[in-house]
Design a protein around this ligand. Structure first.
Ligand SMILES: NC(=O)c1ccc[n+]([C@@H]2O[C@H](COP(=O)([O-])OP(=O)(O)OC[C@H]3O[C@@H](n4cnc5c(N)ncnc54)[C@H](O)[C@@H]3O)[C@@H](O)[C@H]2O)c1
Length: 410
């Protein structure tokens, strides 16, 4: 049967169909010319629920893989797949993507793409050697505000860009202690001290600043606070004697990282998943002519904002600068098979990805993006462990960032 690049349906195998993976499955089931051929999960409950969802849409039952934690290898070896999608716990992302590409399939992974510098290089080298794409499913890049600001900055509205900041500020204490939801996430807080979830803010910032497309990160420094909040939370809800009330948690409650680019720009990143804090869209882009502040959805442009030193709502610029991708995107056409919520940014991501694979071109988020945004975790761990000493950033593009044009959306 013809594969997707030859005009046939896109044939997909999915590894990990828990919370997030089942959302992706639901989206894919609502899309034309996508066939779910195989599913893999070590939890039979999730696996058979996903199988039923496929059959509920009237499509043939997918093949199932659940023999062991490495049964994704058998799925990757099938000869009827174009794309393998992984939404497992973090430690399997790079191994699944590498196995998929080695078996001749494109790979799409949930965030982050990798946990170590070596894994990042292996993803790049495998993609280059096999000619298969490895993309990360970072939907934050497609949010309407992020894309409007990208459009404005690419038109020079903010002047020469100087600084960006962003944060993953999301109180995940309940999730970390709930064995029914992401039972794997707490262990990263126990073991690793740094910014262990950087890609939601990093993805948009990297596109805004043209990272890997004209600019490149040179080094970072990172610092963590002490870790108090998880112990306090456990003591409060489970009692003082519960092991989590006194267990040593490696990850500081608030991690702050500073990065500097070859082009003389700086970025501040925050990671804060343990403190009591409403979720915040902590995003900012600043240039020589003004700035955008995502937490208040406002901007200020010198010489253009009507009142000096006063913020203006971003909405006042939306008509003129809404990104062409959003103008073309018809949310109504994007219904999941089961009416899953979650906004339109992930559907737009999938539409872009499927279009790219069908057209035989690289996805918007290429393998260099995936590893550049993900490698921040191990680099911050290294800096934090060394009293915040600077850590050099690997150049995964091997110099190609200098001649790669700014991102565009054909
Ligand atoms: N982009 C986003 O906004 C977003 C939101 C939530 C989660 N995520 C990411 O999605 C991923 C999954 O998160 P989740 O919330 O769905 O977690 P989850 O625990 O609900 O789902 C993970 C699934 O993977 C399965 N699994 C574990 N090990 C496996 C293996 N070796 N082989 C096959 N299946 C295996 C589990 O049984 C489970 O069904 C994580 O990387 C997380 O960071 C991203």
């Amino acid at each position: 049967m013809a594969n997707a690049a030859e005009g046939g349906p896109l044939r997909v195998g999915m590894v990990g169909v828990g919370e997030r993976g089942s959302y992706h499955l639901d989206l894919l089931l609502g899309m034309d010319s996508v066939e779910i051929k195989a599913l893999c999960d070590i939890d039979d409950g999730f696996l058979y629920r996903a199988k039923k969802w496929v059959q509920d849409t009237g499509k043939p039952a997918p093949a199932l893989y659940s023999r062991s934690k490495t049964d994704y290898l058998r799925l990757c070896d099938r000869d009827d797949l174009d794309l393998v999608v992984t939404a497992t716990p973090w430690q399997y992302h790079a191994p699944v993507c590498i196995a998929a590409m080695q078996a001749g399939k494109h790979a799409a992974t949930e965030v982050p793409a990798a946990l170590t510098v070596d894994e990042c290089w292996e993803l790049v080298e495998t993609s280059e050697k096999t000619g298969k794409h490895c993309t990360m499913l970072e939907q934050a890049n497609y949010s309407p505000d992020v894309m409007t600001v990208l459009n404005m900055s690419q038109q020079g509205i903010f002047g020469d860009l100087l600084h960006a900041s962003g944060g993953y500020v999301h109180d995940l204490r309940l999730v970390k202690f709930d064995p029914e939801r992401e039972p794997w996430r707490l262990q990263h807080s126990i073991d690793r001290n740094g910014n262990n979830y950087p890609t939601h803010p990093m993805g948009p910032i990297a596109w805004w600043l043209g990272i890997n497309r004209g600019d490149q990160f040179e080094y970072l420094v990172s610092m963590s606070t002490k870790a108090r909040c998880l112990n306090d939370y456990a003591a409060h809800f489970f009692g003082d004697r519960h092991p989590y009330a006194s267990m040593r948690m490696a990850c500081g409650d608030v991690n702050t990282t500073l990065l500097r680019t070859a082009g003389g720009r700086t970025v501040t990143l925050h990671h804060d998943t343990n403190t009591p804090h409403p979720q915040t869209a902590e995003m900012r882009l600043q240039g020589t002519r003004g700035l955008y502040a995502g937490n208040i959805r406002k901007l200020y442009l010198e010489g253009r904002s009507p009142t000096a030193h006063e913020w203006q709502p971003l909405a006042e610029y939306e008509k003129e600068y809404q990104h062409p991708l959003w103008k073309r995107f018809d949310e109504e056409k994007f219904r999941t098979s089961r009416g899953h919520g979650g906004g339109a940014t992930t559907p737009l991501l999938w539409r872009r990805l499927l279009e790219a694979l069908r057209a035989g071109r690289a996805p918007d988020q290429n393998v260099y993006d995936a590893v550049t945004w993900s490698v921040i975790s191990p680099l911050t761990e290294k800096s934090v462990a060394a009293k915040s000493r600077p850590v050099d950033f690997p150049d995964f593009t091997r110099g190609k960032w200098k001649s790669t044009p700014p991102i565009s959306f054909a």
